[in-house]
Design a protein around this ligand. Structure first.
Ligand SMILES: Nc1ncnc2c1ncn2[C@@H]1O[C@H](COP(=O)(O)OP(=O)(O)OP(=O)(O)O)[C@@H](O)[C@H]1O
Length: 235
């Protein structure tokens, strides 16, 4: 069973002059538990729009999207928010850490919304996650006291602390130098694999994309599988 499935998904908007702009066109995609795929596209190709659909933040204007075989239209309002909070972890280019909170508090934040024992165990779980990203000795540091790479590792710990089954990483190394970016990406890949989560990395950087097992290109809203020398045909 696919974790995420897109069947002929499109997204269009109506412009002020009443013409229709097709941002995403007829996208078919299946993502299994444990998959790692990259989506590369130029600025304006539709990456953010696609990310918002994959993250259940927006709905397609045509086609259907299924999460765990449940069609998106059956997940509304609070149910969709719960599903997103529990099953999807987001990592962004700008780390989006809360500035006045320590690393530990930042990582524990998503657990404040957990309706299970995660809520009560949030400090311990956050500390364990920070250990896993190699920041066990920086629990009480504030974001301004951490380097860019360390801040992104805190953001990774925060994205993973609720044990999501899907991780969406949007230009996760975009604000880091090449070497730090490569280390952070390898860590993210490792942790996603250990936890069995699917990882979708959206990037314009071919080096970052190369870590994935399946490769896609988004061009003017059209998503196509790309064959690579190491993987052969990926679709
Ligand atoms: N609500 C909207 N109204 C009009 N045009 C839109 C809207 N949302 C997106 N677009 C257009 O659709 C195209 C794709 O936008 P999107 O933000 O998904 O691109 P992107 O690949 O994420 O770009 P970047 O890498 O620069 O962030 C762009 O040309 C954008 O201007």
């Amino acid at each position: 069973m696919a974790l995420l499935r897109l069947d002929g998904v499109a997204r269009s908007v109506q412009l002020p002059d009443l013409t229709t702009l097709e941002i995403l066109r007829s996208i078919d995609l299946e993502v299994e538990v444990g998959d790692h795929l990259s989506i590369v596209g130029r600025s304006g190709s539709g990456k953010s729009t696609l990310l918002n659909l994959l993250g259940l933040l927006d709905a397609p204007t045509a086609g259907r999207l299924f999460f765990d075989d449940v069609p998106l239209e059956r997940l509304r309002g609070a149910a969709r928010d719960r599903r997103r909070g529990r099953d999807i972890g987001f990592i962004f280019q700008q780390f989006n850490l809360l500035p006045g909170r320590t690393a530990l508090e930042n990582v524990a934040t998503p657990l404040l919304y957990a309706h299970d024992r995660g809520f009560w165990r949030r400090e311990r779980l956050a500390a364990e996650m920070l250990e896993r990203v190699g920041l066990g000795d920086r629990l009480h540091s504030f974001p301004t006291q951490l380097s860019g790479g360390e801040q992104q590792r805190v953001a990774i710990a925060r994205a993973l602390v609720r044990g999501p089954r899907l991780i969406l990483a949007d230009e996760p190394t975009g604000a880091l130098d090449v070497e730090t970016g490569a280390r952070v990406m390898a860590l993210l890949d490792d942790i996603a694999e250990q936890s069995g989560a699917a990882l979708i990395t959206i990037t314009h950087d071919p080096n970052v994309a190369s870590l994935a097992r399946r490769h896609y290109r988004l061009d003017q809203g059209v998503l196509t599988a790309v064959a690579t020398a190491s993987t052969g045909v990926t679709a």
